[in-house]
Design a protein around this ligand. Structure first.
Ligand code: SAM
Length: 242
């Protein structure tokens, strides 16, 4: 399928999203750091910190892409980490980072976040960073996260969001409209992908709606933590013991 701006705006086409990430994989890491002024690293670390009570456990990184969250999970000395994504080229970038030798308990799995190829109640924690915004069916993906968690396990979701503080919101709007597409086009040569980015952020539910969705799925007492004036938000929720 040919990528066009209109096809990229249609979340109902996972195949289009997968193809987009396959195309931008070679420049993904560099653009991520440039576009976020390097803040993406700190945001991922903060998200991983929310799993620290599960230190030494088993974790699933969903939509792992080029693997930076999986690498950050190393700080928790995990028993095992599964890194999953449906874009082959993104996982290839990660495989190169890991090297050909020792992978320290990391398993790479190619799969769709809506259909995790895992038995129930396997993981102490799941995490998805900058991925859920792209999923065609967020409810379904949250149900999958809950299903694969052990009772008492924690799911963490980090996502780009629109700042709500007045000055930050204005600055962000200008940056999203002009800065992100221009820088994205310059570095990746893919203008559709980096027009899609601000558009997908603007369509992501606000904190109240997303917490309601997590509650609807069955997470107990989900919480949200805005980062950098709301430019990113971490959500976390727990699976009940019963
Ligand atoms: C913005 S990247 C985030 C990558 C990584 N988590 C990070 O922190 O940089 C989004 C990733 O989500 C993956 N993705 C999007 N929709 C997906 C789906 N339905 N199932 C699996 N992976 C998906 C893409 O292939 C891409 O690698």
């Amino acid at each position: 399928m040919k990528l066009t701006p209109s096809s990229l705006h249609d979340r109902e086409h996972p195949e289009t999203i997968r193809q987009m990430f396959d195309e931008i994989a070679p420049t993904y890491d560099r653009l991520n750091h440039v576009l976020s002024f390097g803040l993406d690293r700190r945001w991922r670390q903060k998200a991983v910190e929310l799993l620290s009570e599960k230190r030494g456990g088993s974790f699933l990184d969903i939509a792992a892409g080029s693997g930076d969250v999986t690498l950050d999970l190393g700080a928790l000395q995990p028993r095992s980490v599964v890194a999953s994504d449906f874009a082959f080229n993104m996982l290839s970038v990660f495989r190169k980072k890991l090297g050909t030798g020792h992978r320290g308990g990391v398993t790479l799995v190619s799969c769709d976040a809506h259909f995790l190829p895992s038995r129930d109640k396997i993981f102490d924690g799941t995490i998805v960073a900058f991925g859920i915004r792209n999923f065609a069916n967020r409810l379904r993906s949250l149900q999958e996260m809950l299903r694969v968690l052990k009772p008492g396990g924690i799911s963490v979701i980090l996502e780009l969001t629109q700042p709500s503080f007045p000055v930050a919101a204005q600055l962000y709007r200008a940056y999203a409209r002009w800065g992100i597409p221009a820088i994205g086009r310059f570095i990746s040569k893919n203008s559709s992908a980096y027009s899609y980015l601000p558009s997908s952020i603007s369509k992501f539910p606000d904190e109240r709606e997303f917490l309601a969705l997590m509650t609807q799925v069955g997470f107990t007492s989900p919480v949200s933590t805005p980062l950098t004036f709301g430019a990113a938000t971490i959500y976390s929720g727990r699976k009940g013991i019963a």
